[in-house]
Design a protein around this ligand. Sequence first.
Ligand code: C6P
Length: 414
Amino acid sequence: MIASTSSVALDVQRIRADFPILQREVKGKRLVYLDNAASSQKPIQVLDAMDRYYRETHANVHRGVHTLSEEATTAYEGARAKVSNFIGACCPKEVIWTRNATEAINLVAYSWGRSHLKQGDRVLLTEMEHHANLVPWQILAAEKGVELDFVRVADNGALILDDLPKLLTPKTKLFGFSAASNVLGTLNPVKELTQAAHKVGALVLLDACQAVPHMPFDVQDLDIDFAAFSGHKMLGPTGSGVLWGRREILNAMPPFMGGGDMIREVKLRQSKWNELPWKFEAGTPAIAEAIGLGAAVDYLSSLGMENVYAAEHELVTYAMEQIQDIEGLKILGPRDRRTGLVSFILGNVHPHDIAAALDSLGIAIRAGHHCAQPLHERFGVPATARASFYIYNTRDEVDVLVSGLRKVAEYFSF
Ligand code: C6P
């Protein structure tokens, strides 16, 4: 999953020209957008693909024999094939469209969890999970009498792997963990964790939200069983997300929602389900969004995901070097083996005050618990400030951030 960090081969100025929003000003200053882990910006190629669909080929999919419906279906299913290829799936059948990663994880918890788990079974998660990979399992645990276990996080932001042999038992039916933490930036050893889970017969659900947009990613190479991610963090539109699952496991799961498109045959009292992937896609889907995500995947593929990872790694390393000298500033998470984001606290200044002060300088960062409250509790802080980078960010922008943070530190007298 992790690429080499040796060469940075992105033409950032050319990339920036594809993102109209980067031309705008905020509070009279040039926008410096560093909130990419929450949602990335969109290039004209994605905006145009969605616009073209609505202007030229809009119709419902899988329903009509008329030309527009056929064109819409071809574009929609073509986008699925692009995503399948991008993540190394065996075939597009394994790619289920969802609204986002949250819905993808809920789909697994509701469909697989309710049909495969019974009282006394255990689900293993980690302390660094986003709420999207905690709450669905808590709901299931309360309903089914399933027990939840957690891999703890060390002070340096890595998972404490020594505990794994105790935590993974024959009762463990699923191990759900993030490929990369949205707060610490930690890159978890996915293959190692997956091998350990498979040894006791547990399935692996990978929350790949902060990995797929940022590095080469291959579900077959990782040998995982499910992966969930969101399109809006990888240049695609909101409302586009993916659950990838192994065909044989998805085939053995009941539908998540009932309605049109997910059936083969309906009688008044019973129905037969459609085949994959449509069994899990009830109702008219988010067609334009899927097409937009397909265009986003084309864009990222043209850059090369090794290059994307290398460029982000260089930028975050530079940012960490620059901000660590600011008095009172403490970085959370590992020094290396990390993604392109950095979370920090600054003395006792509330992260919301930091974000508001930076916003007045045109800089967008995120402040809060980033939907990972237990992780913040683990580190004894209610909130952190987080700068997160993507393909269009520059060293100049890091310098603007650093100068902004110095002003904040000065203002609050550190
Ligand atoms: N994290 C962040 O600012 P959705 O909302 O479904 O698109 O993604 C949920 C999600 C799941 N897992 C991880 C690791 C994530 O980072 C996120 C989204 C955003 O960190 C919004 S809270």
